[in-house]
Design a binder for this molecule. Sequence first.
Ligand code: FE
Length: 257
Amino acid sequence: MIRNMNSYPLYDDGEHKVLWLGIEEAEDEKGILTNQYLVIDGSEAALIEPGGFFVFSRVLKNVSAHINPTQIKYLLYSHQDPDVIAGLNLWFEYAPLAKIGISELWVRFLPHLAVMSAGRTIGIPDKGMEFQVGNSKIRAVPAHYLHSPGNFGFYDEKSGILFSSDIGAATFPEGEWYLFVEDFEEHEKYMEGFHRRYMSSTKALRAWVRHVRKLNPTMIAPQHGAIFQDENVGKFLDWLENLEVGIDVFEKEFYED
Ligand code: FE
């Protein structure tokens, strides 16, 4: 599939919109491919997983096609990895009214990005919290140890979309890419290695799956790879529930011949 440089609507009821913010052809030469998402409700917006330095101009262009960046109320970060956070300094400038939401574990690490918070950082407590955007709520859903020890997904209540951070991440081989998972069994092979090595704990993963089943999301939209919708949401959760990861498999993989 040809990579889509422009944004793509995931939900739109006139008042509330959710957009995927594009990917450029050459981005995999500049690190792992990443997804960014914009939630707009009335005159306010939240940018989810704003991303690193090289994607900034593409994300800014696609955001600006829909809103003025001064309407961004929150920049929401699932965790502290460079592909999630490295553009923070730029967003700080271009979205001057936005507050940053990130796990409280990472708040004291942010000044090392040369960001002086100036009261703009909200440390999300371990149990999560809600962010009000227009007339809608985005809930920070705990996903600790998956993979970061201070890790959140973001659940947009109006659309029912769960932005799942690195859970559900897929790494495509060169030349391969699609926005929505169509053949789940084919897609598994792009996810398995990533999950086994980057996710820390099978126990944490199964606890997350139990919680997400209660949320019953309409879509699961990860920060890398493709989006799950319709029957693939359930297929993905079933697959995760039966996967062993991290500290539960490392001994066999690292130390046995
Ligand atoms: Fe990560």
